[in-house]
Design a protein around this ligand. Structure first.
Ligand SMILES: [Zn+2]
Length: 96
């Protein structure tokens, strides 16, 4: 099972309509499921938005939170230090 499939299953598992008797228990369960969803969604790699590539430096922005970063191309981060999402640098690494 991949991350996308896990997310679909967990989203289906969040209770959208609940009976009054079970509300407190289910709300607690739903919180756990929502927390798992947030953690899983951050594991999906996203391609950073490349704004500029200078000699040895790369200027990019996170596609999820918009955080702009100027970094050394060699030591660029694999994760956004603002929202924690994972970056996919494969295309950029191919250019190098
Ligand atoms: Zn971000």
């Amino acid at each position: 099972m991949n991350i996308d499939e896990s997310i679909k299953i967990l989203k289906r598992d969040i209770h959208k309509c609940v009976q009054k008797v079970a509300i407190s228990v289910r709300k607690y369960d739903d919180t756990a499921v929502r927390m798992a969803l947030v953690a899983l969604e951050k594991q999906i790699t996203v391609k950073p938005i490349i704004l500029d590539i200078l000699i040895g430096d790369i200027d990019y922005a996170c596609p999820l939170c918009g955080k702009r970063v100027m970094s050394d191309a060699e030591t660029k981060s694999n994760y956004c230090n603002e929202c924690g999402c994972k970056f996919d640098w494969s295309e950029i690494d191919e250019i190098d």
